[in-house]
Design a protein around this ligand. Structure first.
Ligand SMILES: *[C@@H]1O[C@H](CO)[C@@H](O)[C@H](O)[C@H]1NC(C)=O
Ligand SMILES: *[C@@H]1O[C@H](CO)[C@@H](O)[C@H](O)[C@H]1NC(C)=O
Ligand SMILES: [Zn+2]
Length: 418
């Protein structure tokens, strides 16, 4: 493989996936789901805290002292007047079914409804390193079961860390680093056991500018050496107000400064932008924050000029179909998938990936999302395989890792020679 270099390897992969597509079509696998499930997949936009194992969380709820540690009232950045009573909400859950309902955001079609959901279940894992490590391991297992050969998984270390009323950040000193260490351990164990590759992206949180600097410090620290399951990039998640330097200067300043520093430290940048806001945030992400990938960006698809511009600059868009429906980022109806922004993005030659975003919260999986593209949006299997190759190219993995992933695919999917 060394002789091929990356270019040769991607060309080889492209021919392998074409052969696979023919084989899939030919026989045996007669359902769309089985075809999509069997194909090698790449996922670039999935939140670890949106992919936690509900069974493990629900059973942790029964642990002795957890109930005492659950917060009674959590202030929501976007709705300070109505604090969320996490403890009371969780105490109402008597069965796993109740718990699943509480952790799932279905049918509300609002971004804040989804963010509220996270505030309810994350206190269960917060500060629990063993549970976090176990979840990271299980995440790797689930990716492997779906034939996902390369993943970039993201989360905010501070959001999952033990809290403290004594520090400026509200997080216990050193606790955010413990989170990254625990997740890294779980991922490494999982990747070794299931023979897949997972890298990490650390997220700053829109409403918590005081976390931004340390998030970048941690990203840099865990990126060094480019070891297994290392950090390869940074993001800002949970809302886009930080792009607004006029109305939210207290969010804008610290985030722009931190992301610019990350860039100087050699980290790659992807930003949630244009999810349920206009294309101006996409331009800010790319022109001001210098992101090379955009999370969502559905509103760019309304404007052909914007799409052309982004395609020319080779900006990659991470599209999450069910998420776009549930957050209201895309306002179409269930029967209208063929009119989803992804179609215009593909038409204009934009590099895109298909992603699950928060599989537990939206009760979906990467396989389900690709089925939506295949069946609902009528994107052909050949095109989807090409999207997977393009996603690998747009990933923040090193050349060496990209070649390793391609080798894994060749090993895993023995393709008949014809
Ligand atoms: C893995 O998948 C199973 C079955 O879909 C699900 O019940 C579980 O919560 C998932 N776990 C993780 C960590 O994603
Ligand atoms: C990652 O960052 C490097 C250095 O800034 C840049 O050259 C490269 O194009 C970026 N990769 C992607 C996939 O955006
Ligand atoms: Zn996201």
């Amino acid at each position: 493989m060394d002789n091929y270099g990356l270019r040769g390897a991607t060309a080889l992969l492209a021919s392998v996936v074409t052969t696979l597509a023919v084989q899939f079509h030919r026989a045996k696998r007669n359902s769309d789901f089985a075809i999509v499930e069997a194909m090698p997949k790449v996922e670039l936009h999935v939140h670890l805290d949106g992919a936690l194992c509900n069974e493990a969380l629900f059973s942790a709820l029964g642990d002795g002292d957890l109930a005492d540690r659950l917060p009674t009232a959590v202030t929501l950045g976007w709705d300070a007047a109505n604090p969320l009573n996490v403890k009371a909400e969780l105490e109402k859950c008597k069965t796993l079914g109740d718990f699943n309902c509480l952790c799932r955001c279905k049918g509300e079609r609002s971004l804040n409804a989804m963010l509220r959901c996270f505030e309810i279940f994350t206190p269960i894992v917060r500060g629990n390193m063993q549970l976090l490590e176990e979840n990271a391991f299980k995440f790797a297992e689930n990716q492997s079961k779906q034939n996902v050969v390369y993943t970039e998984v993201r989360y905010s270390p501070h959001f999952l860390a033990s809290t403290s009323s004594k520090t400026k950040t509200g997080v216990l000193n050193g606790a955010a680093k413990e989170v990254v260490a625990a997740v890294t351990r779980g991922l490494i164990r999982g990747c070794q056991e299931f023979d897949i590759v997972i890298n990490q992206i650390l997220c700053c949180i829109n409403w918590r500018p005081e976390w931004a600097d340390e998030t970048v410090d941690l990203a840099y620290e865990f990126s060094k050496g480019g070891g297994e399951c290392c950090v390869v990039g940074v993001d800002v998640a949970a809302g886009e107000e930080h792009f607004d330097e006029v109305n939210f200067p207290q969010l804008h300043g610290p985030h722009l400064k931190a992301i610019s520093r990350a860039k100087r430290l050699g980290l790659n940048v992807t930003l949630h932008a244009g999810e349920d806001t206009g294309p101006e945030n996409i331009f800010k992400a790319v022109d001001v924050y210098k992101a090379t990938r955009v999370g969502h960006g559905y509103r760019a698809a309304d404007d052909e000029g914007v799409l052309k511009n982004m395609a020319q600059r080779r900006i990659h868009f991470e599209v999450c179909p069910t998420s776009s429906f549930e957050t209201g980022g895309w306002q179409g109806n269930e029967g209208e998938w063929h009119a989803h922004p992804l179609i215009n993005m593909l038409k204009s030659g934009l590099s895109v990936s298909i992603n699950s975003d928060d599989p537990t919260v939206f009760a979906t999986s990467l396989t389900d999302e690709i089925c939506i593209a295949n069946v609902g949006m009528r994107v052909t299997v050949e095109k989807i395989l090409a999207i997977m190759v393009g996603s690998m190219e747009a990933s923040f993995a090193t050349q060496e890792t990209k070649v390793k992933v391609i080798e894994n695919v060749l090993k895993r999917f023995r393709v008949a020679d014809h």
